[in-house]
Design a protein around this ligand. Structure first.
Ligand SMILES: [Zn+2]
Length: 229
């Protein structure tokens, strides 16, 4: 194997990341594993907040609908970490293919309707520069209809402190006035996308702002939900 072939194999391995069977170039999860993946949403609910256990864990005041692929657990937690912190792009391809399938299933449900806009939670400018790009945007842009995407709908007003080390109350305080809205959202249904929902404080504060700006409904779509231990 020459060096270039080795490098390509490392960057984009050609086997299914769930069952390890060989795959065609460009795929990272085989069709069988994609359709067999059930995650958190086996029975496919159009809104996870209808589940009492999830509603109890995430007291979201301004969010009307919730979608997630799974709890924050392997393999998805591992894939997210390797994508975000080790730049393993093939993990992004795998995650996006699971998201694509998930939303295709939802779109087949009789009561499902797409929002008019899908917007990512923006990174603080300092973190954007450090990482080079907003990885969450890439994850979702590859999975959803392009025309829905409003990448700059929300902007950060100022560099908020890293949320990860703060408690729920501090998170809410930290987020007051963190975002601004940059489009007319009056009477629109909007979905906010992110990678992981931990307390939901970030998403809820962005939803509060969008509601104040006239949005009809705000949903949160994430890859994983962090279960309270
Ligand atoms: Zn497979």
């Amino acid at each position: 194997m020459d060096a270039l072939t080795k490098a390509c194999a490392w960057l984009f391995p050609q086997y299914c990341q769930l069952c390890a069977q060989p795959l065609n170039a460009g795929q990272q999860v085989c069709a069988h594993c994609i359709s067999a993946f059930t995650g958190i949403n086996g029975a496919l609910q159009e809104n996870l907040l209808m589940r009492a256990d999830i509603q109890r864990q995430f007291p979201l005041r301004y969010i009307d609908g919730l979608q997630a692929l799974d709890w924050y657990r392997p393999p998805l937690s591992t894939w997210l970490k390797q994508y975000k912190y080790q730049q393993r792009m093939y993990r992004q391809v795998a995650l996006s293919s699971l998201l694509t399938h998930h939303f295709a299933r939802l779109a087949n449900q009789p009561d499902w309707h797409w929002p008019q806009l899908v917007a990512p939670i923006p990174l603080a400018p300092s973190r954007l520069i450090w990482r080079g790009f907003n990885q969450v945007v890439r994850l979702w842009q590859d999975a959803l209809p392009q025309q829905l995407f409003a990448a700059n709908l929300l902007r950060r007003r100022h560099s908020t402190r890293t949320q990860a080390r703060l408690g729920a109350r501090q998170r809410r305080k930290n987020l007051t006035n963190a975002f601004s809205v940059h489009a007319n959202v009056h009477n629109l249904d909007i979905a906010l996308v992110d990678d992981v929902l931990t307390t939901g404080a970030t998403l809820d504060s962005a939803a509060k702002l969008l509601k104040a700006a006239g949005a009809r409904s705000v949903s949160a779509w994430v890859v994983c939900l962090t279960a309270k231990t």
